[in-house]
Write a protein that binds this ligand. Structure first.
Ligand code: SF4
Length: 435
């Protein structure tokens, strides 16, 4: 029984904070209030001592993320809603501020407001079969929690829900949707087709903003994007053939680097800070993480308050040594052929094309990171990730290591059962240890 009397002071304070946050966000929504809230959180983060964070770089990541969110909410005329795999470098080059709508669903989950938002969308007959990331951000827009965007920029690759949900949000805000149709596979023709679209999209942005794209601005965005990509690549290398240098729980934060800050100075600063910190840890033979077994985590982790990763990484002694979403697969951007090089970047995503790309990436990761077991989080409503689980399991089994398919929801906590996950994770650990 976990009635209020059974909860510690800290939990009660946390509940109080979360209730307050819910009230502010849902009973009295205001974009200005949210902007003030992000600024306050940024200041609070700056004043909180570093040891509350797993690494100094995590504090920097939080500071830069809230700083970006604050600018996004304050500058409605420069805000752009992007999809997770959209070329945000292009948005920064046009002196605008990108923010993936899917990320807002993650923040809503962390704030505890997803059940209310989803109940609201369910009343509007939005199918519960549809991924909760999409349903949540549609709910967020219905509540008027986001600033009016200049436009929306989305791509067709990776997620087949994007066109539907972004069209709906575009309609709600009466803002244009710029949609990039990413070809299914990489080929000479596909590159040409995609480069042409990217150039045209940039011209459309010029019309919408009334400003020409400056070559120096594109150069600057590419410069910062390349610095971030190189640092992320090196982070991946540092985590190979080494004691665990960081928790995977923290590694999921890199999503913000490549999906939101790529092409910005903040992105480069944070990625390089992480790289330098992991370099130092490696040089000093860092061994503070009890990671008896090394796990490759496929897809994402739940964003609402939960202990799933803590059970794995703090309680039972395994560590996530690599996250599928953080594998760097693209080359540097090249100013001598900007549109083609951006097209290369989009088509080099492992999620583009058939599942064979994803499998090849998983196999490479198992080998490079000397993985003892693989966990796939199968998010309800995500055909892209779940549809391939059986084939992935077979590919992992070729290595004679255990595979665990955890199913659940990444943003909706209503069916989360910690006891069930704990039992399954403990069984998985026993299998890894029994090999
Ligand atoms: S979890 Fe799957 S369906 Fe949902 S947004 Fe991500 S890729 Fe799309």
């Amino acid at each position: 029984m976990a009635g209020p009397a059974a909860l510690g002071d800290r939990s009660l304070r946390k509940m109080g904070l979360q209730e307050n946050l819910k009230r502010i966000l849902l009973e009295n929504p205001s974009v200005k209030k949210i902007a003030r809230g992000t600024l306050l959180t940024m200041l609070q983060t700056a004043l909180t001592s570093g040891n509350r964070y797993s690494s100094i770089s995590q504090k920097k990541l939080r500071l830069h993320s809230f700083g970006h969110a604050w600018r996004f909410f304050r500058n409605s005329g420069r805000s752009v809603f992007t999809s997770l795999f959209a070329p945000v470098e292009l948005v920064f080059a046009h002196d605008l501020l990108p923010f993936p709508l899917e990320s807002f669903s993650g923040f809503a989950a962390a704030s505890g407001i997803v059940p209310d938002l989803l109940t609201e969308t369910e009343k509007r007959w939005l199918s519960t079969d549809f991924c909760a990331f999409h349903r949540t951000f549609i709910g967020i827009t219905h509540y008027g929690l986001l600033p009016n965007p200049k436009f929306l920029l989305a791509t067709s690759h990776v997620c087949d829900g994007v066109l539907k949900s972004f069209s709906e949000v575009s309609r709600l805000y009466s803002s244009p949707l710029l949609f990039i149709n990413t070809p299914y596979r990489k080929s000479r023709e596909a590159l040409k087709y995609l480069s042409g679209q990217l150039k045209r999209i940039s011209e459309e942005i010029e019309v919408l903003t009334g400003k020409r794209l400056r070559k120096s601005a594109l150069e600057k965005a590419f410069f910062y994007a390349n610095r971030s990509s190189r640092a992320l690549r090196e982070i991946g290398e540092l985590r190979q053939n080494s004691n665990p240098l960081m928790y995977g729980d923290e590694g999921f934060g890199f999503l913000f680097l490549w999906a939101v800050l790529m092409g910005s100075r903040s992105g480069a600063i944070v990625a390089e800070s992480y790289r330098d910190e992991l370099r130092r840890r490696r040089e000093s033979s860092f061994n503070e993480i009890d990671g008896r077994k090394r796990v490759l985590w496929l897809h994402l982790k739940p964003y609402f308050e939960n202990r799933l990763l803590s059970i794995l990484e703090r309680d039972i002694g395994a560590v996530i040594i690599a996250e599928e979403i953080n594998q760097q697969t693209w080359e540097d951007l090249d100013m001598r052929r900007p549109w083609e090089s951006l097209a290369h970047k989009l088509l080099d995503q492992v999620w583009v094309g058939g599942v064979d790309n994803r499998i090849a990436n998983i196999k490479r990761s198992i080998e490079k990171y000397e993985v003892d077991g693989v966990i796939h989080f199968s998010h309800w409503g995500c055909k892209q990730s779940n549809g391939a689980v059986r084939i992935i399991r077979d590919a992992v089994n070729e290595y004679g290591i255990p595979f665990l398919d955890l199913d659940g929801d990444l943003v909706d906590p209503r069916n989360y059962s910690e006891a069930q996950y704990r039992t399954r994770l403990e069984g998985f650990m026993e299998m890894m240890e029994g090999r």
